[in-house]
Every structure is written in C-alpha cells, then in structure tokens.
Design a protein around this ligand. Sequence first.
Ligand SMILES: Cc1cc2nc3c(=O)[nH]c(=O)nc-3n(C[C@H](O)[C@H](O)[C@H](O)COP(=O)(O)OP(=O)(O)OC[C@H]3O[C@@H](n4cnc5c(N)ncnc54)[C@H](O)[C@@H]3O)c2cc1C
Length: 446
Amino acid sequence: MDPITDPGILGGYLTDASNLHGRAAALYRPRTAEEVAEILAECQRTGTSVTVTARRTSTTGAPVPDGGVLLSTERLDRLHALDDVDGGVLLGAYQAEVERAGRLFTPDPTSRNECSVGGAIACNASGARSFKYGPTRPWVDAVELVTPTGEIRWIDRTTPLPWPVPQWAEPAVKTAAGYYPATNLLDLVIGAEGTLGVVTRARLKLLPLPTAVLTVFTYFPDRASLLAFVAVARTMGPRCIESFDRHALDLIRGRVPDVPVAHAALLLEIEHDGDAPLDAWFDALAAHAALLDDTIVAEDDAGRARLHAVRHALPATVNEIIARNGVQKVGTDFAVPAAALAEMMDAYEQPDMATVCFGHMGDSHLHLNFLPKDADELAEARRRYLALAKKAVSLGGTVSAEHGIGRLKKAHLALMVPPTVLDGWRAVKRAADPAWVLGRGVMFDP
Ligand SMILES: Cc1cc2nc3c(=O)[nH]c(=O)nc-3n(C[C@H](O)[C@H](O)[C@H](O)COP(=O)(O)OP(=O)(O)OC[C@H]3O[C@@H](n4cnc5c(N)ncnc54)[C@H](O)[C@@H]3O)c2cc1C
C-alpha cells in the first residue's frame, strides 16, 4: 500500500476531541485485514511507530500520533451480518441498522454517532445505558485482530493468554483504566486502547429491542433531594440515570429555552413492556421534591431523541468552548463507590472557576469539566484535576471510568496502579509487540 504524505490530507488526522495535536510522516487507509497486516509487519521490521486512528472522538489523545505513521480504520467499513461488522463502521449507523431489525446493541457512548465500533471496543466504551448493561466488553463475542507483528487471527473467550497478565484488583467501580485482569486474549484486547492489535472485524452480542422506553427529564431544588432520589431510583431498575448540575443547565439554556433554574436535573430511561410505570416514578419524584411542573416525559422514540439531543449537546458544547479558547480539555472521568458520591461531589464544587458537571450518576461517574480561558487557568485546572484524581483513588474509585488513559492520563494511572502491575503490563506489551510500535506512548511508556 502506498502511504499518503500530502500534508493537506494528513492535517485532518492529527488531533482528537482533547485538542492535543500530533505529527506523523504518513497515513495508511487499508481496506482489508491483509493490508493492515502488511503495514504492521513492515513497521515491526523497521521499528516505525503506528498509531491507529478511527473517528478521533477520544478525549485522551489516544489516536494522536507522536511521529511515525497513522493507520486509519475508516475504510474497514463493511457490515457482514447483523452481528458481524468491520471495526471502522460508525457505531451509530450500525446501531440504527440493528434497531431496524428489532435488535439492540447496548453500548451507547454519547459520541455514538461520531465514533467507530472498533474505537468503542478498543476503549471498552460505556454510555448512559451502561448503568443497566455494563460497558462494551460483555457485548463482544469475538474479534478479528491483526497483531502488532502482522498476524491475522480471530480471538474469543476460549483463546488463551499467550503471556501471563497481572491479576490486579481493579477498583470495584465502573472502570476503563489500564489492562483488564483478563483470563483470555479477547478480554485483554478489549479496552487495551489499540496497544495490542487492530480490531478489523467484530462479532457482537445483540438483545431484542425493548418494547417501549419511558424517558423522564426532571429537576431538583437541592443536593439532598437529588441524592435521596438517586438512591431510590437505583433500586427501581431504570437503564440510565444521567445528571446535569446547575452550570450544565445554564449551558443547555443557551440552546434550549424554558429550562428552569434548579440545583440539578436528571434524565432517566425506563424500559417497559408497553404499560409505562408512570405512577411509580411520579410517586418517587414527588416524595423527593422534584419539580413536577417542569418535568418532561417522553413515551416515544422521537421524544427520547429530542431529550438525547439536549444531553449530547453538552459535551459537544464543552469541547467547542475548549477549542475556541485554544486550550486542551481538562475533564474528569472518575467513578467512585456509591457511598462516596456525595463526598466526591463536594470536591467537585469549584466556586472560583468556570466548570460544568454532568454524567452517569447511576454509576457515581460524573464528568467535571473545567472551562479554562487561557494558559494560566489551564495550569490551575490541571493542578485541581490531579488533586481530584487522588481524592477519587483514596475513596476507592478509578481515574478513568470510560474514556481510557491515552496519552494525557498516564500520570493518573500511576496513582491507582502499583508499579509491579505496570511492570507486568510492560512485559505483556513487549511480548506482543517486540519493537513497541503500536500505540507507542499510549497508556504507559516502556
Ligand atoms: C462528545 C463526546 C462524548 C463522548 N462520550 C463518551 C461516552 O459516553 N462514553 C465513552 O466511553 N466514551 C465517550 N467519549 C469518548 C470516545 O467517543 C470513545 O472513547 C470512543 O469509543 C472512541 O472511538 P473512536 O472511533 O472515535 O476512536 P479514536 O478516538 O479514533 O481512537 C480511540 C483509541 O482507540 C484506538 N482504536 C480505534 N479504533 C481501533 C481499532 N479498530 N482497533 C484497535 N484500536 C483502535 C485508537 O488507537 C485510540 O487509542 C466521548 C467523546 C466525545 C467527543
């Protein structure tokens, strides 16, 4: 395959949603696993670093190259069967196809209409529905993997680990930080952020589409009522409990009129068999001082899509502000045990800095986004981020619940993972990728 070296084309591939900028000598856009294998074998032979880039929605600099060559998955774009799809296919387009056939592929990162299936597998992405269904991992049955040495193989949960993998105790929360303490090769590759191979194709697990989904967007006057309601809501079986703090509501109000002034809001989704459990939910809301007159209920897909658009507008608006201010993103991705959520929310209060906090409250996983205006504020935001990361770890939480480590969060991973485990991962990486060419500089360094 001839590489593309035209700077006009390459320029479109050198950054991601974190706004980190990189450099690369060339770009490959393979169409088949064989072409991917040829590129990787050659790079392994010459010791040239290869960064896999998909749709570049990563918020951690993971697909941003630091020299070497780029391997884009965009042309690995075929749907082979409803549950068998190439790694470069757009996740949202794939899900729409699956849903037209009455099935559900549950992983739903907010970025699903911009990110790829392979990117979601590489990052073990989560989303709002992960509260009920977990992250991407359990919904992947097998992948076609091109190894860093250029071998093509299908792997599944019967594929043994070729090397010992540290069996470390991950925090008991939703987490996507570091290599999984896997007992088979598939589980190790899922969430390895593209450092152990290229996912060219995947066989996925689908569910029947739920008969109906009730969506509720509601507001709370204070923290105590909000948290008391969330504790009850967790026991009522919704598929998501998403939250928005008052600053997030201010941003939403800029795009959607009639958003009331409130302490916080929640978006809930409840699957049901056709008989919407409205009374039970309204009773619970009323018992916890929710602002019932302002509560919006959507009983159909179109109404849910409108509320989702509001939810999705938030991270996109934050990313736009960051890019406009010419700074990099400083946004937390910590999850903590439910019992520590209130303490973590206290720590997220930053009265003297512009922030927005929203996210997956069901999983005690909130994104506090700093909105620095200049380099000084950026440096201050990073200092505070580090203190918050230490706090999350001290509470038994994770430094990344879903976005991964990438290039920007390596120091934070080391706060949570013992040096012996990091050394064990380095040994795995060296065994899989002797010249350390794939995703060099991602997750941890040699
Ligand atoms: C607005 C917004 C909202 C987001 N919301 C969520 C969310 O709710 N939940 C969540 O988990 N994440 C979220 N993210 C982060 C991001 O969307 C996900 O991590 C996504 O899975 C990345 O997919 P991508 O195709 O863009 O991959 P990229 O960003 O291009 O790459 C990400 C990493 O995966 C590797 N990679 C990509 N494809 C492959 C492949 N086929 N084989 C091997 N390695 C590969 C890359 O090398 C890189 O290390 C959000 C991002 C944005 C911008």
